[in-house]
Write a protein that binds this ligand. Sequence first.
Ligand SMILES: NC(=O)c1ccc[n+]([C@@H]2O[C@H](COP(=O)([O-])OP(=O)(O)OC[C@H]3O[C@@H](n4cnc5c(N)ncnc54)[C@H](O)[C@@H]3O)[C@@H](O)[C@H]2O)c1
Ligand SMILES: N/C(=C\C=C\C=O)C(=O)O
Length: 484
Amino acid sequence: MKQFHNFINGEFVATGKTFENRAPANNRVIGLVHEAGQSEVDAAVAAAHAALKGEWGRMSVVRRAELLHAVADEIHRRFDEFLEAELADTGKPRSLASHIDIPRGAANFKIFADIVKNVPTESFQMATPDGGTAISYAVRSPLGVVGVICPWNLPLLLMTWKVGPALACGNAVIVKPSEETPATATLLGEVMNAVGIPKGVYQVLHGFGPGSAGEFITKHLGVNGITFTGETRTGEAIMAAAAKGVRPVSFELGGKNAGIVFADADFEKAVAGITRSAFENCGQVCLGTERVYVQRPIFEKFVAALKASAEGLKVGPSHEPGVNLGPLISAEHKEKVLGYYAKARAEGATVVTGGGVPEMKGEFAEGHFVLPTIWIGLPESAAVIREEIFGPCCHIAPFDTEEEAIALANATDYGLATTVWTQDLGTAHRVAAAIDVGLCWINSWFLRDLRTAFGGSKASGIGREGGVHSLEFYTELRNVMVKL
Ligand SMILES: NC(=O)c1ccc[n+]([C@@H]2O[C@H](COP(=O)([O-])OP(=O)(O)OC[C@H]3O[C@@H](n4cnc5c(N)ncnc54)[C@H](O)[C@@H]3O)[C@@H](O)[C@H]2O)c1
Ligand SMILES: N/C(=C\C=C\C=O)C(=O)O
């Protein structure tokens, strides 16, 4: 049975208090995870501060960048190990993990190693009241010890999306992976040792949220800032914890994202794009589309086309060739998603396709597979239109005017992402300007330039990470003024 240990001060640490790691495709126990308690958190925080006072704190930005490039190269050298670890934890299609999760898991180190070396800080010259001159210059210094609390949907990608810039800026990080997906964060500890990242700079503590490692990290006053990706309500709890000591937070939270398809859209591309945004990663992408609004002249045609596209997805375990819809992460999440499938029926939805579970054979009958599902006919007040489901499902409703589409898309507490399909430049830019989200894709979805700002507004998050925006969170900026 594989054991997932904590990674503290360069050592793998067992605690003896373990919890099960199960494979989503067949619900079988595939590992035991060692839960970190308060003493492990205290040890990790002390080791992190020691690292900041030691070699890591004295290291030049150029040398730090070299080491982060080496981390990325070592992930690529051990690509298959990271791939198999991620597939075991998540059950996602092999094609998805090999093209998105692992490559982005490595790229997140390279992009910030390069940004931190090349982005200048500001300087100003001013005339002083006595007729002289003064010059100001800004200096960035690390925030310190950063708590990185991670979700289970894109485990390596979303963890290194935070760890990359944090380390590039000279911080030390304490990572708390999701209890569902311990593997790649643990494996990265081996990479850090192999590359020569000083001990205490990158540490991993396993466990849960309340009453476990997650809470202990966020409440520890030796943690100088917290970056979190997860549910909005968890963000509320972490924000309350961070209030003590007035520690900064960076939040990437939930979403209830709209897809808007205008009658003049490239029809085939829009169908393919919404198929991806609704069903990729079994709908377990925060940027995914669970509300689709289609201009009335093409509504019927679009519903039929998306139905055919959804029914063309191959449901199955990672290793099966051609699979593009894996299982949900856990039995608990499967129950949540099927609960929404039932709610939609109860609220009078027309089930265009799906609405239940596929017939799986052998061991996979115990897996957390559900059918890709499309509804129409519900009022905007319906639960499946208001609440984040985080599964392979969406509701499609017609609209007539651009103003109506914008109003429908904005009528949510969330503000993360929108995907808009139109061939009219004016429509595209007007809608993008009017949508209250952090991320608006036009004729595309989940297309990522890592130099751009990433994050959500309203209940979808606090702050932006990506490019220079990450430096704003992971450093303290000091202004020095010199009287000449
Ligand atoms: N905005 C984004 O970029 C983004 C990306 C991925 C996922 N998400 C969101 O994440 C959610 C799915 O992920 P999830 O189920 O892992 O989220 P979650 O909030 O249940 O858990 C996320 C992490 O927080 C930890 N945690 C839970 N309670 C805590 C507490 N009180 N204190 C400290 N840590 C705590 C968990 O152990 C886990 O590691 C969805 O809502 C999705 O929208 C958002
Ligand atoms: N943060 C990112 C993706 C988030 C995906 C949410 O499930 C990224 O691409 O950097």
